[in-house]
Design a protein around this ligand. Structure first.
Ligand SMILES: [Zn+2]
Length: 127
């Protein structure tokens, strides 16, 4: 799992390299920043006009742009990956740790969702 996938899974945010966000956490007026990378479970963001990126917590004072909910994506229950789902909601074939993942064919741990921080339990998925 890449650091960016870790951040998206752990914090349920749509963070991606190159994404423009709005930051309002330092007492200054909210302003635009760009996600330039991921480090230590957080974001590196470069504020408009700044030379260097700085660390930012993925859920503190950041407004992400509207991103459509991905359809047919879930967090695998057998490995840390974001994976595709079959029409019946089960996890598609993929490999983890050198062999077919034990999560294949099962329900995902949670659907991949953006724009909120609450996981959608797999049990709540439409049957
Ligand atoms: Zn898996």
């Amino acid at each position: 799992m890449s650091t960016s996938a870790f951040v998206r899974r752990a914090y349920r945010v749509p963070a991606a390299r190159g994404m423009q966000i709005t930051y309002s956490g330092d007492g200054l007026p909210a302003r635009t920043a760009t996600i330039t990378g991921f480090r230590g479970g957080g974001l590196l963001v470069r504020h408009e006009g700044a030379r260097r990126p700085v660390y930012a917590h993925p859920t503190y004072a950041i407004t992400y742009p509207p991103v459509p909910n991905p359809v047919g994506r879930g967090w695998c229950d057998g490995c840390p990956a974001e994976v595709g789902l079959h029409a019946d909601g089960t996890v598609r074939v993929h490999r983890a740790f050198g062999e077919e993942c034990v999560g294949v064919g099962k329900r995902p741990y949670a659907l991949v969702t953006w724009r909120h921080n609450d996981p959608v339990p797999a049990a709540a998925m439409a049957e």
